[in-house]
Ligand binder design. Structure first.
Ligand SMILES: CC(=O)N[C@H]1[C@@H](OP(=O)(O)OP(=O)(O)OC[C@H]2O[C@@H](n3ccc(=O)[nH]c3=O)[C@H](O)[C@@H]2O)O[C@H](CO)[C@@H](O)[C@@H]1O[C@H](C)C(=O)N[C@@H](C)C(=O)N[C@H](CCC(=O)O)C(=O)O
Ligand SMILES: Nc1ncnc2c1ncn2[C@@H]1O[C@H](COP(=O)(O)OP(=O)(O)OP(=O)(O)O)[C@@H](O)[C@H]1O
Ligand SMILES: N[C@H](CCC[C@H](N)C(=O)O)C(=O)O
Ligand SMILES: [Mg+2]
Length: 483
């Protein structure tokens, strides 16, 4: 593709060299550059990509998109200066991959919790309704049946557009994706055309990156600010920031709620460990999910499907056949008559919600033993609050390691324990080794009890000092139960 074509949606401040050159690839990482590529230099959180321009040219880059025009220029290379390479990267990448979002019905989900659940359920639902679909999510990316491992919630703009391009080639009509706050702030989704956006909720997370809650909220809001007039914006009326999210959007706003008047409403009729009976917009439906927050998630799915033109009856019939997403309130039954639940709750709010969901079902008939930790090299402030939330709603708590990353596991545990007073500490033991912690919980549990293993959900690794060691909470539980 000609460089000139690729620059169609960007406003170059200066161009040095020929724009009538063929570009065979677009890259933001010099290490991946091949002959004929366009290298986009971005100012990152760790390094300034501009310093890799010579490296990219050495590897064959024919053109460079930059924010700062380098003094020394290589012969035969075209230099294009723009005000914001982060924004330009997505716009260029999407054109290079055939502008896929304009050939798909693309729906994005943002918010602190529930993104994976909602995006995955929409993907499962629309496939069951006979459509070809793609999914971009924390757990895994999919192009129809083909699984493509995910290392981000939202891939970088190059991979993101490449994946969307492959979805179009595979004949997909719909794509459902998670839009993380990092991805929105870093403009990974720049240049994409969304048919709709969904807001789940907003609670404390990622303050290590966004610094303040307001910045974090505004990052999420920027997604709705950027939606076109043709799109829908579905928001959670039960969340304090639900209406803030959509206050400046051009999209058609719809609300969902389990507590008040809204465009899409639901209420719980009955709940047990196998599922719930709901009233959704006046229709009764049985679903294989538990927890109030899942009613909100299901409503968001229902609302989006309605906005995408599906009939209420068809949506609800399909909804009743869907089951829990990997590592989200996923039960593992012990032979001794207690239930272990693996869940990805890794924020104070998610932990509190999961525990109250378990209480709603348990109804005082058993004890709750919680095993949880907090990730290393992430928000330190959430650690003591997570410990408090765990203690508040559990009978016993085992504080352990999550992904320590580059931090000392014991130091993370100490940060968590610092949130507890003497009285609360009586319920708590700290065991650094996660497997030992899970084993200990299993030894404590009696018939009828529930063990919540929180924080890692679907993850099949534990990241220690840059190395991912195989570790899978569900597998550990099965191992213990079969021993
Ligand atoms: C903090 C953060 O989000 N960082 C992301 C960011 O990298 P960065 O700004 O730190 O990049 P950098 O290392 O400073 O490098 C700057 C530029 O130089 C380039 N470079 C670098 C080295 C080199 O040799 N050559 C070269 O060209 C890099 O490719 C980059 O373009 O941009 C990169 C490309 O998009 C991301 O891969 C990277 O994700 C890091 C690995 C990460 O861990 N991100 C997490 C926190 C994240 O994004 N999480 C969210 C989900 C969170 C949630 O909601 O739970 C996600 O969407 O996954
Ligand atoms: N609507 C919700 N409200 C509050 N908590 C939720 C909600 N949905 C899910 N959770 C909790 O949050 C955890 C993460 O859910 P999910 O993976 O769907 O969210 P996510 O937004 O994709 O998270 P991440 O940002 O880590 O990718 C679940 O394991 C559950 O504990
Ligand atoms: N997407 C989130 C996932 C956190 C999961 C938890 N297990 C942890 O490692 O902290 C993050 O990267 O912050
Ligand atoms: Mg997710």
């Amino acid at each position: 593709m000609k460089l000139q074509e690729l620059l169609k949606n960007t406003k170059p401040l200066a161009i040095v060299g020929d724009v009538d050159v063929d570009i065979t690839g677009v890259n933001i990482d010099s290490r991946k550059v091949k002959s004929g590529h366009l290298f986009v230099a971005m100012k990152g959180t760790q390094v300034d990509g501009h310093q890799f321009i010579p490296k990219a040219i050495e590897l064959g880059a024919k053109a460079v998109l930059c924010q700062d025009m380098p003094e020394a220029k290589a012969e035969g290379v075209t230099y294009v200066q723009v005000a914001d390479t982060e924004d330009a990267a997505g716009k260029v990448a999407t054109l290079f991959h055939g502008d896929p979002s304009r050939h798909l019905t693309l729906v994005g989900v943002t918010g602190t919790n529930g993104k994976t659940t909602i995006a995955t359920l929409l993907y499962n639902m629309f496939r069951k309704m006979g459509h070809k679909c793609g999914l971009l999510s924390t757990v895994c990316n999919y192009i129809e049946d083909e699984a493509i491992p995910a290392d981000h919630t939202t891939p970088d703009p190059i991979e993101l557009n490449a994946l969307l391009g492959r979805m179009v080639q595979a004949g997909c009509e719909y794509a459902f994706m998670e839009c993380s706050s990092h991805a929105i702030a870093q403009k990974r989704i720049s240049g994409l055309k969304f048919a709709g956006g969904i807001f789940t909720n907003l609670t404390r997370d990622h303050l290590d990156y966004h610094k303040t809650f307001e910045n974090y909220r505004d990052a999420k809001k920027a997604f709705f600010d950027g939606l076109p007039k043709t799109a829908f914006a579905i928001t959670n009326a039960d969340d304090k920031n639900g209406m803030v999210m959509v206050q400046n959007t051009k999209a058609t706003v719809k609300t969902y709620s389990i507590r008040q008047m809204a465009d899409f409403r639901a209420r719980i009729i009955e709940m047990h460990f196998a599922g719930m009976y709901l009233d959704v917009d006046g229709h009764e439906v049985g679903v294989q999910f538990i927890g109030k927050f899942n009613v909100s998630n299901l409503l968001a799915v229902y609302g989006a499907a309605r906005m995408l033109g599906k009939a209420p009856e068809d949506i609800l019939v399909t909804l009743s056949t869907l089951h829990s997403v990997s590592g989200r309130l996923e039960p593992v039954q012990s032979p001794d008559g207690y239930t272990a639940i693996v869940d990805y709750a890794h924020t104070p709010d998610a932990l509190a919600n999961v525990l109250s969901s378990i209480h709603e079902v348990l109804n005082g008939k058993g004890q709750i033993i919680t095993v949880c930790g907090a990730g290393g090299n992430r928000d330190h402030g959430k650690r003591p609050i997570m410990a408090q939330e765990a203690v508040k709603q559990s009978d016993r708590v085992i504080i352990t390691s999550d992904n320590p990353r580059f931090e000392d596991p014991q130091a993370i545990i100490d940060d968590m324990l610092a949130g507890l007073n003497k009285e609360q500490m009586k319920k708590v033991v700290a065991i650094v080794d996660r497997k030992e912690a899970i084993k200990t919980a299993c030894m404590m549990a009696q018939k009828g009890d529930v063990i919540l293993v929180a924080g890692k959900g679907h993850e099949n690794y534990q990241e220690i000092k840059g190395v991912k060691h195989h570790f899978d909470d569900k597998e550990v539980l099965h191992e213990i139960f079969n021993a």
